[in-house]
Ligand binder design. Structure first.
Ligand code: PLP
Length: 407
C-alpha cells in the first residue's frame, strides 16, 4: 500500500472542495485539463501584485525583476525535462502551437513534394492536422503507423514505414484517448538509425512520468502547462539547439529580432528567435511554480500512485457486465476509456455529472481512434495525483446504477 500523501495534496487544490449538483466534486477529466494547486494560483497573484512588467525590454528595476523570474521559469523547464541548454526551451501557448510551429518552420523549410511525414494511428488531432496542412502546402505525404485492438502500435510495421523519403516521425508518448504509453525511446532509436528526426508529443505524458530529452534523444518534444497543474495559455517546445538554429523563425514581431530596418531584419538568437510578441508572462512564471510543486512530490511517486489508481479502476471496470474498456495496452497511463452496452457515452457523462462526477464523453480530439474501434465516442475517466480510490468507488457505483436503470 502506498504512503502517497494524497490527502495533503488534495488540500492544496482549492477547487476540489467545490460541490457539483450538491455533491462533492469528483474530477476525472484530467486528460483534458487538470486543476491548479494554491501555490500556482498564489504565484499568479504574486506576479501581478509585485513583479509584473514587460520582459526583456525595460532598463527599469521592475522589468528586470520580471525578466529574471521569467528566465528562471525557463531554467526550471530545462531541468524538468533535462534539456542540455535553456536555449532549447521555447515558450508557446501549448502543445498545439508547438507542433504548428515545427510544421510551419522546420517542415516548410525542409519538406518537398513526395516527402513523407510519419505519425501513428493514435494521434491527437493536434499531431495530425498541422501535418495535413503542411502536406497540402508542400505536396508531402502523411503516413500512419497502425495499431492493434489493444491500442498498441504495430511495431513490426515501423521499419517499412521509415523510408528514405521520411522527413519526420511525429509520435505521441501517451495517447489521450486510450492511455497507451508508447516505447518512444526505442522508436526514436529506430528512426535515428535512418537519420530521421523525431518529434514527441508529450502533452499527455508530462504529468505522469519522468521525461529526459537527452536520454530519449528526441529532436523535438512538446507539452502544455495546463495539463501539468500550471495555467492554460503556456506550453513548451523543446528542440535540439542545432536544429532550432537552422530553422527559420515562426512569427515576426518584437523580441524575435535583433535589428530591424525597412529593408531587412536581423533575427535574435535562441530561444527568442521563436518568441515573437509579449509572452504570457505570469502564466510562464506560474509554470515554473507548478514544476517546483510536482518535483517536491516527486515524479516517480506520482507515477507509482497513479499506476495504483489505474489498476484499481481497471479491476473494478472489468468486473462490470456490459462495460467495454477501449485501450488495453500493457503499458498504460492513468486513463480509463470505456463504453457501456446500450447507453451512449454522452448520456453516461450527463448522468455521472448528476452525481458530481466529471468525466469526458466524446471523441477526445482523436476521431481516427474512434473510427478504428468502431465507436462514435467513449466515456473517459482520467486520473491525476489528487484522485483517490474512494472516488473511483463512487464512479463504479454510479456506472452500476446506470446499467441497472438504463442498460
Ligand atoms: C491535449 C493534447 C494535445 C493538445 O494540447 P493543447 O494544450 O490543447 O494544445 C496534443 N496531444 C495530446 C496527446 C494531448 O493530450
Amino acid at each position: 500500500m502506498s504512503t502517497f500523501p494524497v490527502e495533503q495534496i488534495r488540500a492544496d487544490f482549492p477547487i476540489l472542495a467545490e460541490r457539483i449538483r450538491n455533491k462533492p466534486l469528483i474530477y476525472f477529466d484530467n486528460a483534458a485539463t487538470c486543476h491548479k494547486p494554491q501555490a500556482v494560483i498564489d504565484s499568479l497573484v504574486h506576479v501581478y501584485s509585485h513583479e509584473y512588467a514587460n520582459v526583456h525590454r525595460g532598463v527599469h528595476t521592475l522589468s528586470q525583476r520580471t525578466s529574471e523570474k521569467f528566465e528562471l521559469a525557463r531554467e526550471k523547464v530545462q531541468h524538468f525535462i533535462n534539456a542540455a541548454s535553456d536555449k532549447e526551451i521555447i515558450f508557446v501557448r501549448g502543445a498545439t502551437e508547438a507542433i504548428n510551429l515545427v510544421a510551419q518552420t522546420f517542415g516548410k523549410a525542409n519538406f518537398k513534394a513526395g516527402d513523407e511525414i510519419l505519425i501513428s494511428a493514435m494521434e491527437h488531432h493536434a499531431n495530425i492536422v498541422p501535418w495535413q496542412m503542411l502536406c497540402q502546402e508542400t505536396g508531402a505525404i502523411l503516413k500512419v503507423l497502425p495499431m492493434d485492438h489493444q491500442g498498441e502500435l504495430i511495431l513490426a510495421e515501423l521499419d517499412a514505414l521509415l523510408t528514405d523519403k521520411t522527413k519526420l516521425f511525429a509520435i505521441t508518448q501517451m495517447s489521450n484517448a486510450l492511455g497507451t504509453v508508447n516505447p518512444v525511446k526505442q522508436l526514436i532509436a529506430q528512426a535515428h538509425a535512418k537519420n530521421i528526426p523525431v518529434l514527441v508529443d508529450a502533452a499527455q505524458s508530462t504529468p505522469h512520468m519522468l521525461i529526459d530529452v537527452q536520454d530519449l534523444e528526441c529532436d523535438f518534444l512538446v507539452f502544455s502547462g495546463h495539463k501539468l497543474y500550471a495555467p492554460s495559455g503556456i506550453g513548451v517546445l523543446y528542440g535540439k539547439q542545432k536544429i532550432l538554429e537552422a530553422m527559420p523563425p515562426y512569427q515576426g514581431g518584437g523580441d524575435m529580432i535583433r535589428k530591424v530596418t525597412f529593408t531587412e531584419t536581423d533575427y535574435n538568437s535562441l530561444p527568442y528567435k521563436f518568441e515573437a510578441g509579449t509572452p504570457s508572462i505570469a502564466d510562464t512564471i506560474a509554470l515554473g511554480t507548478a514544476i517546483d510543486y510536482i518535483q517536491h512530490i516527486g515524479m516517480a511517486n506520482i507515477a507509482a500512485y497513479e499506476a495504483e489508481l489505474l489498476e484499481y479502476a481497471t479491476e473494478q471496470a472489468q468486473a462490470i457486465n456490459g462495460l467495454r474498456i477501449i485501450g488495453t495496452a500493457k503499458e498504460k497511463g492513468a486513463i480509463l476509456s470505456f463504453t457501456l452496452d446500450r447507453i451512449h457515452p454522452h448520456d453516461i457523462g450527463t448522468m455521472l455529472d448528476s452525481l458530481g462526477i466529471a468525466i469526458r464523453a466524446g471523441h477526445h480530439c482523436a476521431m481516427p481512434v474512434m473510427d478504428f474501434f468502431e465507436v462514435p465516442a467513449t466515456a473517459r475517466a482520467s486520473f491525476a495525483m489528487y484522485n483517490t480510490k474512494a472516488e473511483i468507488d463512487v464512479l463504479m457505483q454510479g456506472i452500476q446504477s446506470l446499467i441497472e436503470v438504463f442498460g
